[in-house]
Design a protein around this ligand. Sequence first.
Ligand code: SF4
Length: 380
Amino acid sequence: MTLRSFEIVGKVSKGVITVTLNGTEMAAFDLEGRVLYYGKDSSTYRRSIYNKVYRLEWIRKEDRIVERVADPQPILRRAYEIAQETCHNVTDISLKTALETPASRTVSWLAEDAKRAAELYKPISIVPPDLYFSTYLQLTTGCPWNKCSFCNLYGNTGYSVKSSDQFSNHIQAVKEYLGKGIEARKTIFLGDANAIGVSRKFLKQIFFEIAKEFDHPSVYSFVDAFTTPRNLQRNDLEDLHNLGLARVYLGLESGEEQVLKILNKPMELLEARNFVLEIKKAGVNVGIIILVGAGGNSFWKGHVKRSVAFLTEINLGHGDIVYLSPLVENKSYSELAQSLELGILSGVEKEKQSQEFQEELKGVIDCPVSRYDIRESFVS
Ligand code: SF4
């Protein structure tokens, strides 16, 4: 059977070439021909820049599969077959032209591309869900605190900061590596954890450099609310906003002090609240992350009530977002929960708590409330 008997739907939009066959199989590529996604039936396969492929699928509302595919080659090969067959058969000239690059690529080319990415970046542990396809600039590696009881993100990766020269070279190398693929990555994520926590003078230099190298950049970053408020005042945030800082993501985790203690997050809620208000007054948006299930059964009520109270006090509005992130219990948190008899929430209970958050926040805050599954936040 030839593809002429298939229904082909394709488009090129915002630097991404997408092809769907018969409504059951799809593949997406950047303009350099990198496979971004392959989808079949209800499964989506996402490729990381290190060439790992993960299968993502909803089983039930509270149950999402996120699993690394042991042998990604057949998936990647099939994505390229789709590009080749579609390129050969499609009549839309602009789509055909765009598909010539992915149609000429191979899985070996992807493996080589991944080696270039691995030379450029230390492993990237996490990005917010709306930034999986951003241009990642790694100013810092690791987390300067790295002691939260529930967090394994950076493990033994020490904290380090690039020098100004190293960062300039890094930008050039990232641009060269991405090539035309940068078209699919219009936003810039400045990583890793709390990258904007470096000294204000150095940070402004970094933002000048970004503004010089990218046309009207939109820059995003994680922020903490226990060291950064002492480093950045409102006028600094305004300067950064003028240079492109669009939104910062704060892992609040909980508005309940006792839960924060259990999580070993050294954050004063009043300072965090005032800092968020200053960030917003400077014109920068915020993404606030709440850890669903934190504090277990023991703190369910207080965690929901006080987190909602915090969220209602920070003037959330257009451009802001609240993320509900189900806690993935690691060994140290599980042991702590057991010793404190907190009780660990099941997947169904976490879904129930998420629903409770959604209900409590409905009509009370004026911004979207979304799910954030950190198992999906891989980039490398
Ligand atoms: S949760 Fe954030 S602040 Fe805490 S250790 Fe992990 S990266 Fe660092």
